[in-house]
Ligand binder design. Structure first.
Ligand code: MN
Length: 192
């Protein structure tokens, strides 16, 4: 059973002007699709071909990078929505206050994690037990191999922002927080 490239949760130009259609065309249409294609080529005819994406990721080994990148990107698209960003609401707002002290302190910690990840990787808001935490991971590494439950992620590989922001990763992180974060998705993940 081949791993499929999930449809985007919004139109390719829906995040503009914050993230352009051109970025999405490359990031989804070339990078994300490329990870799916390489993963399927690698698992074809092996025991992994019958396994779920998460089980393939947890199996580790030579297919880990492509499999984890397929999962991470799907999670990233859902972490954003047109008209998103700003203050959280609902259970995630209370959990952020309880774990970080305030939204502003969460925002500082998340921005620092995303900005300080050296080279390629990801920053995450996760639930660990009854607390929330910020994590950063390198390359394809993902919290789903740990006991932490991912709630939100930002891709900080250069391919995520170079067309729109060139080398200015902090500008992209700020826009993600101010105008793109999908707090509904974080609430779903928190309660799921
Ligand atoms: Mn990416």
């Amino acid at each position: 059973m081949a791993i499929e490239l999930p449809a985007l949760p919004w139109a390719k130009d829906a995040l503009a002007p914050h993230i352009s259609a051109e970025t999405i065309e490359y990031h989804y249409g070339k990078h994300h699709a490329g990870y799916v294609k390489k993963l399927n080529a690698a698992i074809e005819g092996t025991d992994l071909a019958s396994k779920s994406l998460v089980d393939i990721i947890r199996a580790g080994g030579g297919t880990f990078n492509n499999a984890a990148q397929v999962w991470n990107h799907t999670f990233y698209w859902n972490s954003m929505k047109p008209g998103g960003g700003g203050q959280p609401s609902g259970a995630i707002a209370e959990a952020i206050k309880g774990s970080f002290g305030s939204y502003d302190k969460f925002r500082d910690e998340f921005s620092n994690a995303a900005g300080s990840q050296f080279g390629s990787g990801w920053a995450w808001l996760v639930a660990e037990g009854d607390k929330l935490a910020v994590k950063k991971t390198g390359n394809a590494e993902t919290p789903i191999t740990t006991s932490a439950k991912p709630l939100l992620t930002i891709d900080v590989w250069e391919h995520a922002y170079y067309i729109d922001y060139r080398n200015a990763r902090p500008d992209y992180i700020k826009v993600f927080l101010d105008s793109l974060v999908n707090w509904d998705f974080a609430n779903q993940n928190l309660s799921g």
